[in-house]
Write a protein that binds this ligand. Structure first.
Ligand code: 5GP
Ligand code: ZN
Length: 140
């Protein structure tokens, strides 16, 4: 996709600070980091969302996230990381090419956990939870 920023990084048309590369995956420093070492992991092929990613590409991306996370933490001496995908525009995904964020976290860094993502949590009944669980199970 010629108008995709991350495809242009894959093609070398936009420079990046690459930290890992193989045939199918690229990882590079985020240009606007939330913390030192903030790293993005992307499939080289253009897929907009996790939902569009073939299973083999998803495995390769996750395997790279798994390998890189301790290396990122060690590089910046971070005791923890938040690892996440903004999956879709409504979730805050701005670049429509799948990317995992590895964000180093530090004591008292002012950041918050995944549980702070939403301010209004739903109050779901047992029946509603049962229906949701069944619908997800049916959809896999
Ligand atoms: P999103 O909000 O889509 O999950 O995250 C997109 C991320 O890509 C942001 O953290 C942003 O700083 C980063 N980003 C956007 N454009 C570029 C770029 O040209 N180079 C690099 N290295 N990162 C970028
Ligand atoms: Zn792309």
């Amino acid at each position: 996709m010629s108008d995709c920023i991350f495809c242009q990084i894959v093609d070398g048309d936009i420079p990046s600070r690459t930290v890992y590369e193989d045939d199918s995956v690229l990882a590079f420093l985020d240009a606007n980091p939330l913390s030192p070492g903030h790293t993005l992991v992307i499939p080289k092929a253009h897929h907009e969302r996790l939902n569009d990613l073939p299973a083999d590409a998803a495995s390769e991306v996750m395997s790279t996230v798994h390998a890189l996370t301790p290396a990122v933490e060690a590089a910046v001496d971070a005791p923890a990381t938040t690892v996440a995908f903004n999956n879709g525009e409504a979730a805050g995904q701005e670049v429509p090419h799948v990317h995992g964020h590895i964000v180093p976290r530090f004591e008292d860094d002012g950041g918050r956990p995944i549980h702070a993502l939403v301010s209004d949590r739903p109050d779901l009944s047992d029946d509603e939870l049962d229906d949701i669980a069944a619908a997800i199970e049916d959809g896999v």
